[in-house]
Design a protein around this ligand. Structure first.
Ligand code: ADP
Length: 484
């Protein structure tokens, strides 16, 4: 039996309270690992270690830090097949999306290796004679990182790699569903790569116990920043707590992402893009299309082809490379999908494809004529269910797209890229793709949302705004004359 323990101060350790919990494979239901069920005490120990490691790591030479990230990339590349299998076993992630996660993570590490050599400041002109004034960017100290299970390797990785490369130390709390692929695998890789003990710490916990660790990270004054990727419900709770402590948080939260198909779009491309964008990783990506708005003039052929294609997506064992729709993460998720689809149908929605669970999977599902007050219509539903509605024109599509309280990603499919860009400018979303579907990410891009999808940006280069502190520093060459 696999044992997953905390990684604190460079050592693998049990939970202080001795607690453990079983983590399950979402496809087979088998117990994959026994995991340390930590609490606030473990978080405190991890913060102690990160705080102690901070001066050493922040003061290390850029070449030393660069070498760690380059070695980490080599180690991940070497362990690629093992990590891919781990993503499948732990989170039901299929071959394609596991490869997406691995490629992103390798690029993230390689790009992070250049960060220590980026300029850390500016010289500022001053009207006080004899003054040298500079703005110097400095690491903040300990960063608390809270990540979800759905793209566990990527979201755990981006929560720690940018902050570490900027000279901070980190306490990572992965999801209870992905303690290894979103947490301890990173600790193993960085320990082998030579990251000093204490610079990265990982604290795991049983389902339902995240709150105690999150609260400790927020309340401890030595933790200077929090980054969080997850649901808007949890993000709001964390932001409220963080407000009390005047602690800055980066929040990447839920999306209810629109994909607009205009009448001048290439039909085959639109069908393929919509299918991928709604159903990659069984719809369990925050960027997935949840609402498709199709212009009336193209609706008939689009709906027929899209529904036919969706109905044939292979569903089942995520270890089979042919599978597109693997299991959803857990029984709770399956029952939420089932309930929301049933409620929408009872309220008048029509099923165009799928529509009923095949445990532990939920087949790819398309609904239309979903009433505006059905949860599927307005809330993020994390799984392979998409709502398709026909609109009169682009203006109606934009209006309905913007009605959401969320604003993470959006996509516009049109034969006229210039028109697409004009529409993109009207969309209330942190990320818009023209002539593509909404699921895209590269480590150097500013990733984040507007409205209730959060604030702050992940992304090498952009993360510096959130994970460094700018100090204004002056020196005077000669004494100043003071008025009194
Ligand atoms: P998801 O639906 O993706 O699991 P959550 O927001 O519930 O979204 O979870 C995202 C991350 O937030 C996970 O690591 C989870 O353990 C953590 N989490 C959940 N509740 C809390 C909380 N009260 N405080 C801190 N972290 C939490």
């Amino acid at each position: 039996m696999n044992l997953v323990r905390h990684f604190i101060g460079g050592r693998w350790t049990d939970a202080a309270n001795g607690g453990e919990y079983p983590n399950h494979d979402p496809w087979s239901g088998a117990v994959l690992a026994t995991v340390a069920a930590g609490d606030a005490e473990d978080a405190r120990r991890a913060i102690d270690a990160a705080h102690e490691a901070f001066p050493g790591w922040a003061g290390s030479l850029p070449g030393q830090r660069q070498a760690v990230f380059l070695r980490a990339a080599e180690i991940l590349a070497r362990r690629r097949e093992e990590v891919r299998a781990l993503l499948t076993a732990e989170t039901g992630c299929g071959h394609h999306f596991a490869n997406v996660q691995l490629d992103f993570s390798l690029s993230l590490l390689r790009q992070a290796a250049a960060l220590p050599y980026q300029s850390t400041g500016q010289i500022l002109p001053s009207d006080v004679a004899g003054t040298t004034a500079v703005a110097v960017r400095r690491p903040v100290g300990v960063v608390g990182a809270i990540a979800p299970w759905n793209s566990s390797l990527v979201l755990g990785g981006r929560a720690i790699v940018g902050p570490l490369a900027l000279g901070n130390t980190v306490v990572l709390k992965p999801s209870e569903e992905s303690p290894t692929s979103g947490g301890t695998i990173w600790a193993e890789i960085f320990a082998e790569a030579g990251l000093p003990a204490g610079a990265l710490n990982v604290v795991t916990h049983a389902p339902g116990d995240a709150g105690a660790i999150g609260a400790e990270l927020i309340a401890d004054p030595r933790v200077r920043r929090i980054n969080f990727t997850g649901s808007t419900v949890t993000g709001r709770r964390l932001a409220e707590q963080a407000g009390r402590h005047l602690k800055r948080v980066v929040l990447q939260l839920s999306g209810q992402n629109p994909l607009i198909v205009l009448a001048d779009a290439d039909l085959d491309h639109a069908v393929d893009a919509a299918t991928y964008g709604a159903f990659v990783h069984q719809g369990q990506v925050c960027m997935c299309a949840r609402r498709i708005y199709v212009e009336d003039r193209i609706a008939e052929p689009f709906v027929a082809r899209f529904a036919a294609k969706v109905a044939t997506l292979p569903t089942g064992d995520p270890a089979d490379p042919a599978t597109v729709i693997g299991p959803v993460i857990n029984k709770w998720s399956l029952s939420l999908l089932t309930r929301r689809v049933e409620e929408a149908v009872a309220a008048g929605a029509r099923v165009l494809a799928g529509g009923a669970p095949v445990p532990p999977c939920y087949p790819a599902t398309v609904l239309t004529e979903v009433p505006a007050d059905a949860e599927l219509a307005f809330d993020e539903t994390f799984g392979p269910v998409v709502v398709l509605e026909i609109v009169a024109d682009a203006d109606e599509a934009v209006r309905r797209a913007n009605q959401s309280r969320f604003g993470l990603t959006a996509a516009v499919l049109t034969g006229d890229p210039q028109r697409g860009v004009a529409i993109a400018r009207r969309l209330e979303a942190g990320i818009v793709h023209v002539n593509d579907q909404p699921v895209n990410d590269e480590p150097q891009m500013p990733f984040g949302g507007v409205k209730e999808s959060g604030w702050g940006r992940f992304g090498i280069g952009f993360a510096a705004d959130d994970f460094t502190e700018t100090q204004w520093l002056t020196t005077r060459d000669s004494p100043r004359a003071f008025p009194f």
